[in-house]
Design a protein around this ligand. Structure first.
Ligand SMILES: *Cc1c(COP(=O)(O)O)cnc(C)c1O
Length: 375
């Protein structure tokens, strides 16, 4: 049985990238590796759409989230954190762990924050040091209006920090044009490589905050990474294998062009949503992302039963809902190496699973819709 990994991280790693990573080990303090590392970083900058710095850490995405806090803030500082799902909440939890005061913008799960609410808070608290939010809140499959929030934050002294871990490469994102000071990303989602690397872009405005920051930091110190990068180097042993994969992945993405890659993922996400709707299902999010879709389980059926059946009988792995959404929604991703075939095959499997679970709908309509809409 052919397997289809449809989870919002990790995502399938294409064969040509796996082959690169299977090559014999090389040493990192060599010209050969420096060229690879440089190409990977320059390629990433194109995907982020930034001319500023982008640093690579050996850590999952959360490591880069922590880096964006410890490098720019001091204990007792105040930040605004949008909490509309698990990952927004995580930003708040990390900040609190370091003694940073969090002004939460609590958004109902499945909804996106209203930019003007953030604007009003910034007026009320002019001493806020940063606004921390998310491009795609993966837990609710919701994309936020980062461009509109950026318009507001860029006029203040606050930094604009955005977690693009799941959104990059699927949802539109423009680091510099949207006034983002730090974008935080991870390797195992849109970038199509295994988990283990994370990234931070750092703007000039962010560098000023770095100079003032007093929070303790060592492994994730931007200054250490900058100093090393000026010699095309990393301060600690690089995750060589993953960086070799990264170089290949960013070459693949940039050869197609990031705008085309995003358009392709938008098409897959739309086809997935319309296919589910043609089965009579409803979409959870009010502002659906193109990286991942959350689908409400039909009345009387537990979403986790659908997921289990899909995995055991059809080889399709979806993700479940988190926290309060457990058993209520299932999530299918569109990012990275997930392609047309994944989308069609997962819809075929979903129809079969729903039939088995006794759900009544016009069988075949979902697959037909997906096939018609997919480019
Ligand atoms: C996956 C994800 C994370 C967490 O990344 P890890 O690699 O698990 O540390 C954080 N934020 C978002 C939006 C994510 O999708």
């Amino acid at each position: 049985m052919k397997k289809y990994l449809m989870t919002p991280g990790p995502t399938p790693v294409p064969e040509e990238i796996r082959n690169e990573m299977a090559k014999p080990m090389i040493h990192h303090r060599t010209k050969e590796y420096q060229a690879i590392f440089n190409d990977a970083t320059e390629g990433l900058k194109k995907i982020f759409k930034t001319s500023g710095d982008v640093f690579t850490f050996t850590a999952s995405g959360t490591g880069a989230m922590e880096a964006s806090i410890v490098n720019c803030l001091s204990a007792g500082d105040k930040i605004i954190v949008v909490r509309g799902g698990k990952f927004g909440e995580r930003f708040g939890d990390i900040a609190k762990a370091f003694g940073v005061e969090v002004i939460g913008v609590d958004v109902e799960w499945g909804d996106a924050p209203k930019p003007e609410v953030i604007g009003d808070l910034l007026k009320k608290h002019p001493d806020v040091k940063g606004v921390y939010t998310t491009l795609c809140e993966t837990s609710t499959a919701t994309v936020y209006d980062i461009k509109a929030i950026g318009e507001i934050v860029r006029k203040t002294n606050a930094l604009f920090v955005v977690d693009v871990i799941s959104g990059l490469g699927a949802d539109k994102f423009e680091n510099d044009a949207w006034g983002v000071d730090i974008a935080v990303c991870g390797s195992q989602k849109g970038l199509m490589i295994p988990p283990g690397l994370s990234f931070c872009s750092v703007s000039q405005k962010a560098w000023k905050a770095v100079e003032e920051s007093k929070l303790p930091k060592f492994y994730f110190s931007f200054k250490k990474y900058k100093k090393a990068y000026l010699n095309t180097d990393t301060p600690f042993t690089s995750a060589i294998t993953l960086v070799i994969g990264l170089k290949k992945a960013v070459e693949t993405i940039n050869a197609e062009g990031i705008d085309k890659v995003i358009a392709r993922h938008e098409n897959m996400a739309e086809a997935f949503r319309e296919s589910c709707k043609a089965m009579g299902l409803t979409i959870f999010s009010r502002r659906p992302s193109s990286a991942v879709t959350g689908v409400n389980a039909p009345a009387g059926i537990n979403a986790d039963d659908i997921i289990k059946l899909l995995k055991t009988e059809f080889g399709v792995t979806f993700a479940g809902g988190q926290d309060d959404l457990k058993g209520k929604i299932f999530r299918g991703a569109h990012m990275g190496g997930i392609d047309r075939e994944h989308t069609v095959e997962s819809m075929k499997a979903l129809e079969k699973a729903l039939v088995k679970l006794g759900y009544k709908f016009s069988v075949g309509k979902g697959v037909e819709t997906a096939e018609k809409m997919l480019k």
